[in-house]
Design a protein around this ligand. Sequence first.
Ligand SMILES: *Cc1c(COP(=O)(O)O)cnc(C)c1O
Length: 400
Amino acid sequence: MSQTVAALPAPKPRGRLFFANPGPTNIPDSVLQAVAHSTVDFMSADFLTLYDACMAGVKRVLKTEQHVFFYTASGHGAWEAALVNVLSPGDTILIIETGYFSLGWAEMAEALGVKVETVSADWRTGVDTAAVEAALAADTDHRIKAVGVVHNETATGVALPIPDVRAALDATGHPALLMADTISSLACFDFRMDEWGCDVVVGGSQKGLMLPTGMSFTGVSEKALAAHQHSTMPKHYMNWTAMIGRRHKSFIGTVPVNLFFGLAESLRLLEEEGLDHVFARHHRLAEATRAAVRTWTGNNGPELFCRNPARLSDSVTAILMPQGHNADALRKICHERFNLSLGGGLGPLGGKVFRIGHMGDLNEPMILGTLATVELALGLAGVPHGKGGVDSAIAALAAS
Ligand SMILES: *Cc1c(COP(=O)(O)O)cnc(C)c1O
């Protein structure tokens, strides 16, 4: 019987694609339905009402009463908007190394003619904030115009305490702008733009906000807007001055109305649950994931990539494979046999790390299904691991 089945061509996987990537993330059905709206005029009164409510809602999520500019672009577009609107060619930015995404932002700054200084760091623990303070203290003539930090390094699962970076600026009396990338932390765990003294905050649609890819935004402080007046970097489509003069205070071209129908619904979902409950849910599911991984680590199995217990990310867990075992082979089994999509290792972590996203529209059965499938695949791939990871995840959920 089993031989007959094996002789048939491999069946197409059935059931819903189980999507456990750390971005883009699962889109709630009600958001999908909201996005599937017929076209409207972006200057019509009804749309403007919805648009203004979205702008106010995004400010509540960012915890800011300052400015927000939206872009029809993925997160990279908002990264670029942050740089070109406040810096000038030849300015220096201090980028705090976190991993693949901090390197990407630094590379973009360099391509735009900005000088990049880096505070280097071990990707598994994250930067020593004393080193950030030392770099700022050494910059006595204030060449550094901005400090760029990725709040949640999606490639490593290490989150950085933004208030500590603010404290380093304050302790040295350094006037540089604080730029924070919150693309994979916003609406997943705590972020407070105004209270934490952030000047330019980069966010995107397709992670914690549970929307399709294609829209990003920047929160902008009064201080950053003042710096913008002196920026000589070439810019047009993302020029804040041009945007401020428009009715939407964003968008030089057509407004992506369907993304706003979706955004209105995702904001409604976030506020119905309550942001603090959203954060608590992310923490609970992250703890369950980590409990499973710690059990797998027994018997020389895979381990948490993040070695700093105070900086474990609540939106993504990066898992380091044991020597000699390829993360992509494991991901292939998960995808092809079980219809489970996992995140891969980025940059130098390719093949060494796989990532479980636990951000956005996610609950306990989804995380348990993912963990059970990974445990099944570890066995099938012959990867050594401690048994009972799923039991540990269940115990963690039962206790929380
Ligand atoms: C996803 C991500 C980006 C890039 O965003 P895109 O939407 O893919 O352009 C930047 N920074 C972080 C931290 C991210 O997670």
